[in-house]
Design a protein around this ligand. Structure first.
Ligand code: GDP
Ligand code: MN
Length: 392
């Protein structure tokens, strides 16, 4: 689950990561004007009016604007509310007392699958896209993998100091930045985040360091440890992908991807291999879906229905390896599921292997379903599914 900026800052603040003075969450021009009045009247020399959407690059898109007067804040309110930023319409705006920026840095902690641990990235060049800095000036980007053993008692101040020193953050703010990094790592761990990114981390004109922006992703698999993340649900901001939300409610392991070949398999490992073989054949998977061990007709029908609901799905690759589940049960599941679903335009390419596969394939053949074709191997099935998706 991704948080919007003001939520990320709340999460940072409660874990001791320094952020600017608290602002106001607004939904109307009047609320923004009132918030600007309050903060400007309370001593802030300016306020920053910030679109709250789950995408980056808000500044460039006109979604982050400074105001020194209430009238200016009103103008910004009018231009930012309703703005479309990369498909995300702005319904919520955060009005924050502005910070005086001396310099902008970059700092993040994220899951590091390659190293089976965590990764800290720190750069003295922040406020721009870190991928861009990494391309143009890779020496300015410090990437430090942390193994679980390095972080048994949290991130040590010594390691944090090494990282910010290597990134050449100025001596005046080094200690503060190291302290902030220790707190950021604690926040990331305590809140079960998969990403905690600060871009920019700023040095203020009076040499404090603050998280001026916050991008936090929480691990959906840890939701049960945090009351289902209820506290972060907010009206007016797109939650998860609607199909993922539906899958979660039904207990289906589904992840939306951006291709057009629907994928359904049994076992997470097989499904991942299926995504790979689709890619190797020049296609792009529309989703990950693991029907799990049983692959009963019910599970099959619900899962297929979900995959087919995605308007970008042009063909579906059903990849089942019979283990404990026998081939004839899988075949009956597919047959039953397609009957229940009635008419649908996409073709299912079914690859069935493992226990009693021949029996299963025979059942599928006998059923002679109009929109189901059988394939002998995973490679054949992938090629066929990609071809069909291309034709559709
Ligand atoms: P993003 O564009 O979505 O990453 O939004 P950010 O929150 O990172 O803001 C974009 C840029 O706006 C920052 O890099 C700053 O340069 C500027 N900005 C944001 N807040 C403030 C502020 O309080 N004071 C000043 N002077 N500039 C700000
Ligand atoms: Mn930013």
């Amino acid at each position: 689950m991704d948080l919007v900026e003001f939520q990320g800052k709340q999460l940072f603040a409660r874990n001791g990561v320094p952020v600017p003075a608290a602002g106001s969450v607004c939904r109307t021009v009047d609320e923004i004007v009132a918030a600007a009045e309050e903060h400007l009247g309370g001593g802030a020399s300016a306020v920053v009016v910030k679109a709250q959407v789950k995408t980056g690059g808000r500044g460039k898109a006109g979604g982050v604007k400074l105001a020194t007067t209430v009238d200016e804040a009103r103008e910004h309110a009018e231009s930012i509310l309703g703005l479309d930023i990369k498909g995300h319409v702005v319904n919520v705006v955060y009005v924050e007392p502005a910070s005086d920026i001396a310099e902008e840095y970059y700092l993040s902690v994220m899951h590091d699958r390659v190293n089976k641990g965590h990764l800290v990235i720190c750069s003295r060049e922040g406020g721009v896209e870190i991928e861009e800095v990494n391309r143009t000036n890779p020496d300015a980007v410090v990437k430090r993998p942390l193994l679980p053993a390095d972080t048994v008692d949290g991130l040590s101040p010594a390691t944090a100091t090494e990282i910010v020193t290597e990134a050449e953050l100025p001596a005046e703010v080094r200690d503060a930045a190291a302290g902030l990094l220790v707190a950021l790592f604690n926040a990331y761990r305590a809140e079960d985040a998969t990403l905690a990114e600060i871009n920019p981390l700023i040095r203020t004109t009076d040499d404090r360091v603050l998280a001026l922006d916050a991008k936090v992703s929480l691990d959906g698999s840890a939701a049960f440890r945090h009351d289902g993340y209820e506290e972060w649900k907010i009206d007016g901001i797109d939650a998860d992908d609607p199909l993922e939300a539906e899958a979660k409610a039904k207990g289906i392991q589904y992840v939306k991807l951006d291709g057009n070949v629907g994928v359904l398999g049994n076992g997470a490992g097989l499904v991942m291999a299926t995504l790979d073989v689709v890619a190797q054949n020049g296609g792009r998977a529309a989703n990950f879906l693991d029907v799990g061990g049983g692959a009963s007709a019910d599970a099959m029908a619900e899962s297929l229905a979900l995959v087919l609901k995605d308007p970008s799905v042009k063909s579906v690759f059903v990849n089942i390896f019979g283990g404990i589940t026998r081939g004839e049960d899988v075949a009956n599941g597919v047959i039953e599921a397609t009957k229940r679903l009635g008419d649908f335009p996409q073709t299912l390419v079914v690859r069935l292997d493992g226990t009693n596969a021949a029996e299963g394939r025979r059942l599928l053949e006998e059923a002679a379903l109009a929109n189901v074709v059988a394939a002998a191997t995973m490679q054949d099935a992938a090629a066929k599914a990609v071809e069909l998706a291309g034709q559709a």
